[in-house]
Design a protein around this ligand. Structure first.
Ligand code: ATP
Ligand code: LTN
Length: 328
């Protein structure tokens, strides 16, 4: 079985983009691949967070991932900071990555915007920690949304450079993106990606939104003034986004979906209905699981133990390769 690893930040409420771009694929992967999924709390502190809220969100996101179908008996589900090897390997990789390649990362540019001087150093080195997450598990595949493609390229570059300088140590991973749904856009600003941290409540469909809320958000989704339904992400980003969502929710291609519509109203209504049905089981299961948060804590303890058993072996390999003296 191929090894798979991916991560998600406990930074807010998970949305339709996270679900279609990443989490839904993880649920499928766990049955055919040796799967590791982590809640990346160390990545979350690269921008200011309220400590109590971060702790609560970490637990809540784990519950949601289980509600979405991740089965802790089948995959390894854990919190990044519970496995100290992530931070340790990240340091070693920081000594392999260059300032120039990190400066080119668009996520850093966007999130530091014009306040680079006051941005946290961790925001800059964020992709190196992500590379450590992946390389520690010898992951061959990393299922992510489109926005993570550049970070995955960097991870590959770091792994190849390390192997070249210090001998074969890491597996060089590939990003895998869903064919449809890899970049869901904000419903109010269809040229920006749907995001947990973009302050756009009406443009973001949350996985836990009630059906009536989902219907309202989709009904008010920004389109253009024309009425013709064609799949053209450049000229008609709002309509293309609706077509993409409906296609992803029903297992079709956006251009094929477009053929069934001549007006925006029915497209919006059908998209809303499909999204409601897609998310309904997740919301219902979440309500059941939320009554017993202790169960999820024990899941996370077991997950961390399983993850650490793999991570410690890889870290030892990297330490030896780069010349760190062992304690014993
Ligand atoms: P933030 O806004 O805090 O950066 P986010 O919404 O981008 O958060 P992450 O936790 O960074 O969410 O990402 C988790 C996974 O969801 C990643 O694999 C990412 O590529 C994917 N993802 C995030 N947003 C979208 C989107 N709009 N469409 C498709 N996939 C997405
Ligand atoms: N950077 C990612 C989250 C992330 C991740 C990972 C994804 C952290 N570590 C390892 C895949 C593999 C994000 O912002 N979505």
């Amino acid at each position: 079985m191929a090894r798979v690893l991916s991560g998600i930040q406990p930074t807010g409420d998970i949305h339709l983009g996270n679900y279609l771009g990443a989490v839904r694929g993880w649920v499928e992967d766990q049955h055919t691949q040796d799967s590791y999924f982590c809640v990346v709390d160390l990545h979350a502190i690269t921008v200011p967070r309220d400590p109590a809220e971060l702790r609560a969100k970490t637990l809540e996101l784990t519950l949601l991932l289980v509600a979405a179908g991740l089965d802790p008996e089948v995959c390894t589900l854990f919190v990044q900071s519970h496995v100290h090897q992530h931070a340790e390997l990240s340091w070693i990789l920081e000594c392999v990555a260059s300032m120039g390649e990190l400066r080119r990362m668009t996520q850093f540019k966007e999130k530091s915007s014009d306040a680079e001087e006051s941005a946290r150093v961790g925001l800059f080195t964020y992709p190196v920690l992500q590379a450590a997450d992946i390389l520690l598990y010898d992951a061959e595949r990393v299922p992510v949304g489109e926005d993570q493609r550049q970070h995955l390229e960097l991870c590959r570059d770091i792994a190849l450079r390390f192997n070249h300088r210090y001998g074969d140590t890491f597996v060089v991973p590939d990003a895998t993106l869903p064919k449809v749904g890899a970049r869901i856009m904000d419903l109010q600003r269809p040229t920006a990606k749907m995001s947990k941290s973009a302050d756009s409540p009406q443009g973001t469909v949350l996985v836990l939104d009630e059906p009536a809320v989902i219907e309202r958000k989709l009904k008010r989704a920004v389109t253009d003034t024309a009425t013709e339904v064609t799949f053209d992400p450049d000229k008609k980003p709002g309509v293309a986004n609706l077509l993409q969502i409906l296609a992803a929710a029903t297992g079709r291609q956006p251009a094929d979906v477009a053929e069934g519509y001549s007006q925006y109203g029915p497209l919006k209504a059908d998209t809303a209905a499909a999204v409601v049905e897609l998310l309904r089981p997740v919301r219902e299961r979440y309500a059941e699981l939320a009554s017993d948060p202790e169960a999820v804590r024990s899941t996370l303890r077991q997950g961390a133990e399983k993850a650490e058993a793999v991570a410690s072996g890889t870290l030892a390999r990297a330490r030896t390769a780069i010349g760190l003296l062992s304690r014993s």
